[in-house]
Design a protein around this ligand. Structure first.
Ligand SMILES: Cc1cc2nc3c(=O)[nH]c(=O)nc-3n(C[C@H](O)[C@H](O)[C@H](O)COP(=O)(O)OP(=O)(O)OC[C@H]3O[C@@H](n4cnc5c(N)ncnc54)[C@H](O)[C@@H]3O)c2cc1C
Length: 458
């Protein structure tokens, strides 16, 4: 792939200052201490902390395309301290859930700290996140959600309800019945972060081989088309792409999320829609919505997405793809003034969903295999915590992270096809139906809501 094709993968990759020229591929057999597969946030953060703890360690990364080609170069840039699965943990392991939540919030600042220290200009700005109630039902749900945060030990200074007037100081949607504000959330430029991290780990002596897909990954060895890494520990950091690795076809399901970005908007439009302090914005629908104001004055917005039969991954989408029209329709329903503004980029990307909808970090010493991921579309901040934890597990350090409930077992397998596909289509269908009932101010239909909640863990 040429660098212009990499650039066209997302607005973010298109606007990174570096040239996206692939680094040399692995063309020999090399011996290292730790071999990492995948140069997204997870692989790079793992490498970063391995070298921070043990600078003499020999670490190499193989990447199928270029660093940041995957979700890390395509996401919405919400760096947030939340993670799927904590809701379940609250019931089974409340103390662990509370500790995990504290670590997740701290991660948002840790990403900002390292970016500053390493000179990564990723536009990190901690303006918080506002989830706006766009219907009466959503208002009730969000007010109730505060109880969940309090059980997690999170106080008003971090998460609190805002009535419509206060909410409108931050963001001004066409319907505003108040909103839930989360302070520990930063907006950032995702591709600048991942590309900058790759340079930072290289400066610490990590070798990154690009255009080097792992075709075989096993005990002590990673094989690429032209080379091989022999290592004491192999790390799998391939998230949505994990299903393309032989033997891992059913570990994580790749679900796609779709994004668009507008042309730079005039100040008069920003006056109308808000986004004060680069606050990030969404509403509570199940077809997750997420928006941020970019540093160059555009609105980047995403929602929706699909699972394709047989876990097929799509890295490119036609500009005529009807999903983009839907994303735009949702955006304009929040901010009608945007009908008058052009969309300049649209793209999609694959995120990874585990069967349990709960992420996992782990190290199987017998197999010499480490892994981290399954963030269910919330990995920008959590991949930092996961990478840090994985580095400590590999180096057998005992820290406040290595016994978090995030540390767990390998992902249980998804159902074989066609069950997986049919299950997903049912989830997508239910999500649409439940959203449209809630958007009309109707309560969640009980049976469908229960079936949805059974499969999709919070
Ligand atoms: C459109 C979109 C919007 C999102 N928005 C947000 C958001 O706003 N906030 C948030 O928290 N999260 C968001 N996410 C999720 C977030 O981007 C991911 O959780 C995070 O980037 C995962 O990082 P990763 O390194 O684990 O995976 P990835 O970034 O996907 O990295 C995996 C890497 O592995 C490489 N690879 C794959 N197969 C092989 C192989 N065989 N050999 C070598 N390398 C291989 C890939 O090329 C890729 O570079 C979004 C995701 C998408 C797709």
């Amino acid at each position: 792939m040429t660098n212009s094709r990499y650039r066209s993968q997302s607005f973010w990759l298109d606007t990174t200052p570096d040239r996206l020229e692939p680094r040399p591929a692995l063309t020999c057999a090399a011996e290292v201490d730790v071999a990492i597969v995948g140069a997204g946030y997870t692989g790079l953060w793992t490498a970063y902390y391995l070298k921070e703890i043990e600078p003499s360690l020999r670490v190499a990364i193989v990447e199928a395309e270029i660093a940041g080609f995957g979700a890390s170069g395509r996401n919405g840039g919400w760096c947030m301290g939340t993670l799927a699965g904590i809701g379940n943990l609250l019931e089974s392991e409340p103390k662990g859930a509370i500790r995990l939540q504290r670590e997740l919030f701290a991660t948002v600042d840790e990403v900002g700290r390292v970016a500053e220290k390493e000179g990564i200009d990723c536009h990190w700005a901690k303006g918080g996140n506002i989830v706006v109630a766009t219907s009466k039902t959503f208002r009730e749900q969000l007010i109730e959600e505060q109880d969940y945060w309090r059980l997690l030990g999170v106080g008003e200074e971090e998460v609190r309800w805002m009535e419509p007037d206060e909410c409108a100081d931050l963001v001004r949607t066409s319907t505003n019945l108040g909103g839930l504000f989360l302070a520990p959330v930063a907006a950032l430029h995702p591709a600048r972060l991942v590309r900058g991290l790759a340079e930072a780990v290289e400066r610490r002596g990590v070798a990154i081989y690009e255009c080097s897909p792992a075709v075989e990954l096993g005990r002590g060895s990673v094989v690429t088309p032209e080379g091989q890494l022999r290592a004491n520990v192999v790390v799998r950091a391939t998230e949505g792409y994990t299903c393309t690795i032989p033997g891992q076809e059913r570990a994580l399901s790749p679900v796609h999320s779709m994004m668009i970005v507008t042309e730079p908007l005039p100040e008069s439009t920003w006056d109308e829609i808000g986004f004060t302090n680069r606050v990030t914005f969404g509403d509570p629908r199940r077809n997750v919505t997420y928006g941020q104001r970019t540093v160059d004055g555009r609105l980047a917005f995403g929602c929706r997405g699909s699972y394709f039969f047989g876990s097929k991954i799509h890295n490119r989408f036609s500009s005529e793809d009807p999903e983009f029209r839907e994303v735009r329709k949702v955006l304009e329903s929040f901010f009608p003034v945007l009908c008058d503004h052009a969309v300049t980029h649209q793209w999609g990307g694959a995120l990874g969903i585990p069967r349990t909808w709960t992420p996992s970090v782990g190290m199987d010493r017998e197999e010499g295999l480490g892994w981290a991921g399954g963030y269910v579309g919330e990995g920008v901040g959590p991949a930092n915590l996961a990478g840090h934890t994985l580095a400590e597990l590999i180096l057998e350090r005992d820290t406040q992270r290595t016994n978090l409930p995030l540390v767990g077992k390998p992902f249980p397998r998804w159902e074989p096809e066609p069950l997986r596909f049919l299950g997903y289509k049912a989830i997508e269908h239910f999500a649409g139906e439940l959203d449209s009932a809630n958007l009309r101010g109707r309560p969640t239909p009980r049976l469908r809501g229960a079936i949805y909640d059974h499969y999709v863990r919070k």
